[in-house]
Design a protein around this ligand. Structure first.
Ligand SMILES: [Zn+2]
Length: 372
């Protein structure tokens, strides 16, 4: 069916808004040529976005010809979204604006349990956080909640989480008392949404989430592939060593046993920073732990490459520390590769911190931008 004129106009408005958000203050003429529309069309769209309080005419930009060009600037803080990453012992909270910039993040300690008490306390923490970061009422477009478990397709039900000890389907919301839309995300998928946003262009990659549990998410041509049962990418439960140690799920030798961040954090008293500092300053015992961690990671990465033939992005808590070790991970993976002598396809996640909380928030930002 042919698109109606209104649809074209809305698409133009979305494109223009995206371009202004991306570029910062931009000349109207530049926007017109970028979008392939006339200057009067740009003027109309800018007026509409101004009326929505999303951009402002910012006077003039210096232009190369010496004359000043009329410019448009975004108002990125006109809206914001909040993401909450729930783990066994913490609540990571992040607020982001329309450009995906972090307005604030906090990670208070709170031990998870299925109880009204936990819900009440967690809801309180999120409300206080929103107040402190100035994200309230009309300016917030939604609250995304990231969980280490399987989430229903509609984002309303937590179907299962070994880590949170939930084995039955459970509606999951935070009592925020503000009527804002909420949506649940698997933690690895949420981290992956951050990577997708930062990449800026549709591509294909596998996002390997190396946090206290291991997860993964697959993006093909810019779209998250969730699978028939919302379990695509559950690489933590791929069997790496059939006779290996027991996974928290009850089966033996799964990759989670070798890839969990706890392998590194626990020997260092719980802090990954301390682990890497000691491993990198020549501590032999820590060096051996890191070597073994890297070997498993390289093995999983090359297997993912054989199956999917796309980039493998290292994210999660551990991903943020792997920069100095990337060459070694790549060398080990390349040694197992049938088709190529290098493993440049293994790369680091662009966002080093709070990827899951940020990604859960970015879902709502993206939805808002698409709907302007
Ligand atoms: Zn398992």
């Amino acid at each position: 069916m042919a698109m109606k004129a209104m649809d074209f106009k809305r698409l133009n408005r979305v494109d223009l808004f995206r371009a202004v958000l991306r570029k910062g203050p931009a000349a109207r003429a530049e926007l017109a040529s970028l979008l392939g529309v006339s200057l009067p069309t740009v003027a109309t769209l800018v007026r509409e976005l101004e009326a929505l309080g999303l951009v402002e005419s910012s006077g003039e930009l210096p232009s190369t010809g010496g004359r000043k060009a009329a410019a448009v600037a975004p108002l990125p803080d006109a809206r914001a979204a909040v993401g909450v990453d729930v783990t066994r012992n913490h609540l990571s909270m992040a607020a982001v604006n329309l450009r995906g910039e972090l307005k604030g993040h906090e990670r208070p300690h709170i031990k998870f349990e299925v109880s009204d008490g936990w819900s009440g306390r967690a809801g309180h923490m999120v409300r206080d956080f929103m107040e402190r970061t100035g994200v309230t009422g009309d300016s917030c477009v939604g609250v995304g909640i990231s969980l280490p478990g399987i989430i229903s397709e509609d984002g309303a039900t937590l179907q299962r989480s070994h880590l949170l000890d939930i084995r039955r389907h459970m509606r999951f919301t935070l009592p925020l008392g503000n009527g804002l839309p909420q949506r649940l995300f698997n933690d690895a998928s949420a981290g992956c949404l951050t990577e997708l946003w930062e990449a800026g262009e549709p591509g294909s990659f596998f996002f390997l989430s190396l946090s206290n549990s291991v997860g993964g998410a697959l993006v093909i041509d810019g779209r998250l592939v969730t699978g028939a049962n919302q379990r695509a990418g559950e690489v933590g439960h791929v069997t790496l060593r059939p006779d290996g140690e027991r996974c928290y799920c009850g089966k033996d030798g799964h990759y989670d046993v070798y890839g969990s961040a706890l392998n590194l954090a626990d020997p260092a008293g719980g802090r990954l920073e301390d682990f890497f500092e000691r491993a990198e300053s020549g501590d032999r015992a820590f060096g051996r732990i890191l070597s073994s961690y890297i070997s498993s990671l390289a093995l999983v990465s090359v297997n993912l490459r054989m199956l999917l033939d796309c980039d493998v992005v290292l994210g999660g808590y551990v991903g943020g520390f792997l920069g100095p070790h990337l060459a070694r991970i790549r060398a080990k993976a390349a040694a197992m590769d049938t088709f190529q002598g290098n493993a440049g396809y293994i790369r680091l996640s662009r966002r080093k911190m709070e990827g899951a909380a940020v990604g859960a928030a970015l879902h709502f930002i993206e939805e808002f931008i698409q709907g302007v």
